[in-house]
Design a protein around this ligand. Structure first.
Ligand code: ATP
Ligand code: MG
Length: 425
């Protein structure tokens, strides 16, 4: 019997969860400024929602899906990414309707599942923060969405992230490029990895995305997609570049970046950082103007990104960035003697109801051990409640740093604990 977590998964314990919450809150606050609202879609989808939109020949669909047939014989998959489900939901809920303000801007935070070989920053259940904007083909949408990710990194204090930018152009220019790439790669077919030989037949742009050494070598001098952009695609790309420059967001052009999903067109980007000398992508996204139509909605442009939370936290850690998650406690109550147990509960509940963070002893420990707990919890004040205090109907409350004390009646504690704490400041 296996009583351990499945391979490639993680337990996030409270001390770590505090960091997750902090990062998620910064993201929520940042996205709010850009008028994004949260969307929550199911953790699993019909297999078809993912397969053709992400791409039948992509690694995600061919190798990494957690799919199964449920008891009703439906082909289901745990979601491997967030964009296809959000687009499915956008169409299903008719958010394309004219009365819904455009662009529709939505973000999500949640688990994604991919059957991968686990390693640093690569898990089987991982978490993404992602955003999607529907209904604007304006290059300003591309740039403000990229700027939003950039602002998030800045607010978290992350250094040395490089924005990699490319364009996949329109479907027409992409088709022209596809042929050029086939012409370039076919003579060196035998030097490609087995996977890439297959990719060359099925989806040649995928070869550019390969992580195999021999493939990376082979594509070094590959033709550039940027030489195949049609006029409209070129204009869009130029506008994006100009706007990034106007906002002083540095970037490099990376013509071999094609992204691991098939639904993109025009702008694609990744934010890449180095971890132990290896490149790691934290955030990736782009424009997907055909996806809403693919799901049966009206022609609607889209732009979005997905950001890996584990990788973000890994990078924060590697860069030695400490997040402000240290928590103090307002008051700790030492409880002495069984006769004080009930009153301790009443008082501590009254204190919590007034909005303070409070903890008490439950275990009848020696007073020294209880005071030690107060220190461990970083309690600002300590109340000592024994049977004689219960009889007298009052306690002394001590400032745990200055040792200053005040005496207060149970009534005062029940009605205005804040006023008592103020006397201790
Ligand atoms: P990679 O090339 O590293 O496999 P990808 O192209 O498959 O990434 P996307 O599908 O674009 O990744 O997902 C967006 C982001 O989600 C990635 O940039 C990364 O930060 C994160 N991510 C993707 N797969 C994993 C995983 N298995 N474990 C942890 N994070 C992941
Ligand atoms: Mg991948």
């Amino acid at each position: 019997m296996k009583l351990q977590k499945p391979k490639g998964t993680q337990d996030i314990l409270p001390l770590d969860a505090a960091k997750w919450q902090y990062v998620e809150n910064v993201a929520r606050e940042t996205f709010k400024k850009y008028n994004y609202g949260e969307i929550r879609t199911p953790m699993f989808e019909h297999y078809e929602v993912i397969s053709r939109s992400v791409g039948d020949t992509t690694d995600i669909v061919t190798k990494e899906m957690y799919d199964f047939y449920d008891k009703g014989d439906r082909h289901i998959t745990l979601r491997p990414e967030g964009t296809a489900p959000v687009v499915r939901s956008f169409v299903e809920n008719k958010l394309f309707a004219p009365e819904v303000q455009k662009p529709v801007k939505m973000y999500y935070i949640g688990s994604m599942f991919r059957y991968e070989r686990p390693q640093a920053g690569r898990l089987r259940e991982f978490h993404q923060i992602g955003v999607e904007a529907f209904g604007s083909g304006n290059p300003a949408t591309d740039v403000e969405t990229i700027a939003m990710a950039y602002q998030l990194f800045q607010e978290l204090g992350i250094k040395d992230v490089t924005l990699h930018l490319n364009s996949l152009g329109s479907p027409v220019s992409r088709a022209a490029y596809r042929q050029a790439l086939i012409d370039y790669l076919t003579p060196m077919r035998d030097s490609l990895s087995k996977d890439s030989q297959r990719r060359l037949d099925e989806n040649p742009l995928r070869v550019l995305d390969s992580k195999e050494k021999e493939d990376k070598l082979a594509v070094e001098n590959a033709p550039s997609i940027l030489d195949y952009l049609d006029e409209e695609s070129q204009a869009h790309f130029d506008a994006v570049r100009d706007m990034l420059e106007a906002l002083q967001i540095p970037y490099v052009i990376d013509t071999n970046m094609v992204r691991g999903l098939d639904y993109y067109n025009h702008t694609i980007f990744e934010f890449i950082t180095k971890v132990d000398k290896a490149d790691l992508t934290i955030c990736a996204g782009g424009r997907y103007d055909g996806l809403v139509e693919y799901f049966g909605g009206p022609e609607t442009p889209g732009f979005g990104f997905g950001l890996g939370l584990e990788r973000l936290l890994l990078i924060l850690d590697k860069q030695g960035i400490t997040l402000p998650v240290e928590e103090e406690m307002d008051v700790y109550m030492a409880v002495l003697g069984a006769g004080a147990n009930g009153k301790a509960l009443e008082l501590i509940q009254a204190i919590r109801r007034q909005g303070f963070k409070a903890e008490r002893d439950y275990l009848g420990r020696k007073i020294k051990a209880q005071f030690k707990s107060a220190d461990t919890f970083k309690a600002k004040a300590v109340i000592t409640l024994g049977e004689s205090e219960v009889e007298a109907g009052q306690v002394t409350i001590k400032n745990n740093a200055t040792r200053q004390e005040v005496t207060a009646s149970f009534d005062d504690i029940m009605t205005d604990f804040g006023a008592i704490l103020e006397q201790l400041n």
